[in-house]
Design a protein around this ligand. Structure first.
Ligand SMILES: [Zn+2]
Length: 164
């Protein structure tokens, strides 16, 4: 896997203040405020800093903790480290590609297949829905109108199939 290394100045140029604080200074967004907390659409969650695929929607669950929660990460996408800050021993989750802080992992989710809760800041993630991914794969942007729309060059009736 190719690792991404950037200086703080480079990250600051790419990230908002909130994003920089969480991703690069191991900050924590306020609970119940994240954009992705209530997101239940199908798709993938990527690292906001580098775009690496980290989590899938089918591992997201409602933990009532105030942050998006997943019971597992994509293979080798997330690095786990011991974090002894704040007088607690916790497991920190970082992006394996760019070493950005994502959140913490707690073994307190017996209702899930793994028992783990990856408690992840919304601000560390971007979400791509299945439709977004299909649009990406087909090279179309989501706002493209597709076929069947009148082409200004050929008038309101469009092209006749086989013509031209
Ligand atoms: Zn990353």
């Amino acid at each position: 896997m190719v690792k991404i290394h950037k200086s703080d100045d480079e990250w600051r140029a790419e990230l908002s203040d909130d994003e920089f604080h969480v991703l690069r200074e191991a900050g924590t967004e306020r609970p119940w405020t994240g954009d992705l907390l209530e997101n239940t659409r199908e798709g993938i969650y990527r690292c906001r800093a580098c775009g690496a695929e980290l989590f899938r929607s089918d591992t997201k669950f409602d933990s009532h903790c105030g942050w998006p929660s997943f019971f597992t990460a994509q293979n080798n996408a997330v690095t786990l480290l011991e974090d002894v800050s704040l007088g607690m021993i916790r497991t920190e989750a970082r992006c394996a590609t760019c070493d950005s802080h994502l959140g913490h992992v707690f073994p307190d989710a017996p209702q899930t297949p793994t028992g783990d809760r990856y408690c992840i800041n919304s601000v560390s993630l971007t979400f791509s829905s299945e439709e977004d991914l299909e649009a990406e794969a087909s090279g179309k942007r989501p706002f493209d109108k597709g076929e069947g729309f009148a082409d200004p060059a050929t008038g309101p009736y469009g092209r006749i199939p086989g013509d031209g």
